[in-house]
Design a protein around this ligand. Structure first.
Ligand SMILES: *Cc1c(COP(=O)(O)O)cnc(C)c1O
Length: 411
């Protein structure tokens, strides 16, 4: 097993090490949950105070023009575009991921009007599945939502399927799909492919253009550090944009919202995928996270992510491998996102005991301890120390304290 000196030399050689200083890392905490809620950028409080005190407090309604609030969705979309291999005019920041999933699914059904099926994986993130169910129920049975096992996905690619909704990195296991291969196989059957990038945008290199993606959605509050409930993004390939008549035809997607006309006329291009007034405070916070990313080389981010997850697996297996932990993530880093999950029959109390000791991951039913690794602020030493604390909790048995088995509303 590596020594602490070896671990520290890895951190000393880390080309991304300086990014850590741009985040507010609480004392006494090793934060391994950036895949659920990213750490706050240090620039956020001041930027938020400026927006609150000046833009909102003093300039009020004038800020829509004076501070270009109205342009925020496109401005931030353009900052996300290089992270996902899109062009600036193909991404807009708007609404939430769930809402954007609905927009993308309803758009895909328009692009494939003769096909009744929307397809996804069993065990996909719940909101993705629930949005499919809602759309299907709304169609009074005309649209079938079909969930199949991952291994069977491709056998369901046929000309009844309008859309495939697929998450690049699985939220529980971190299993990473091959975007290029799946997109090509589905498109060969005329299926519109919608990628959910919630657990991958900001964590690894994504090239939507290289794989000819049709649409994508993603989250602002995970690896983009946008803050709790941050606005989400939607990508629509330029070739499709003007062929889609938005079902969620909100006024800000109108060609001329300030005509206040009775008739909806969609804006040209990606603007039609906006729906509601942008949440300006949320946008301002998200911009702080995106501005940090602008300086980060995504290839280096991925390289470090692989190193951190490999180190964690090695450390956990060496220290507590005989104590009931079983790797739930792929062992091959090429098909693993920036997280590591372990099964353990006492996963819930073990995670609560870890959190009490300042190692913050999370728990996912029925037995998964989930640890996210954010290369911009997680160090090799964090990983090493987290595994050491896990070993100490297991050896002392402190996780058996009854308070660690009390379930909270959010796990
Ligand atoms: C986090 C996440 C979401 C979040 O949806 P919200 O609308 O922001 O609550 C959706 N899909 C996946 C795959 C996620 O990981």
């Amino acid at each position: 097993m590596k020594t602490i000196e070896e671990i520290r030399s890895l951190d000393a050689a880390d080309p991304l090490a300086d990014f850590r200083n741009r985040f507010e890392l609480p004392d006494g905490v090793i934060y391994l949950d950036g895949n659920s809620l990213g750490v706050m950028p240090k620039s956020a409080p001041e930027r938020m105070a400026q927006v609150v005190k000046t833009e909102w407090g003093q300039d009020l309604i004038r800020s829509w023009n004076r501070h270009d609030w109205i342009g925020y969705p496109r401005r931030l979309g353009a900052k996300i575009a290089p992270l996902i291999g899109a062009r600036p005019d193909e991404v807009v920041v708007a609404d939430s991921t769930s809402i954007n999933i609905f927009k993308a699914l309803s758009a895909a059904l328009q692009l494939n009007p003769d096909r009744p099926v929307i397809l996804s994986e069993r065990g996909n993130f719940p909101t993705n599945v629930y949005m499919m169910q809602g759309l299907s129920a709304h169609s009074a049975g005309a649209i079938e939502h079909r969930l199949v096992d991952t291994s069977e996905l491709e056998s369901h690619f046929d000309n009844n399927v309008a859309a495939l909704l697929i998450t690049q990195a699985h939220y529980k296991t971190g299993y990473l799909h091959d975007m290029q291969a799946i997109t090509a196989a589905a498109q060969a059957k005329g299926i519109v492919v919608i990628w959910d990038l919630c657990h991958s945008a900001g964590a690894l290199e994504i090239d939507l253009h290289a794989c000819n993606a049709d649409m994508a959605v993603g989250c602002g509050y995970k690896y983009l550090h946008g803050g709790p409930g941050a606005p989400a993004f939607i990508f629509v390939a330029e070739r499709h944009q003007n062929r889609i008549m938005p079902v969620l035809s909100g006024w800000l997607g109108h060609a001329r919202p300030f005509d206040f006309s009775d008739d909806y006329v969609p804006a040209g291009g990606i603007d039609r995928f906006k729906c509601s007034s942008p949440s300006i405070l949320g946008m301002a916070a998200l911009e702080c996270g995106l501005d940090i990313h602008a300086a980060a080389d995504m290839a280096a981010v991925r390289t470090k992510s692989v190193a951190l997850t490999e180190l964690f697996i090695e450390q956990v297996e060496a220290r507590v491998g005989e104590m009931g932990f079983r790797l739930a993530s792929p062992r091959d880093p090429a098909i693993r996102g920036s997280q590591v999950s372990f099964h353990h029959e006492n996963g819930y109390p073990v995670m609560q005991a870890l959190i009490a000791r300042g190692v913050i991951g999370d728990f996912r039913d029925p037995d998964i301890l989930r640890f996210g690794f954010t290369p911009l602020y997680t160090s090799h030493e964090d990983v090493f120390r987290a595994a050491g604390i896990l070993q100490s909790i297991m050896e002392s048995g402190e996780w058996r304290e009854p308070r660690f088995s009390v379930r909270a509303a959010v796990t």
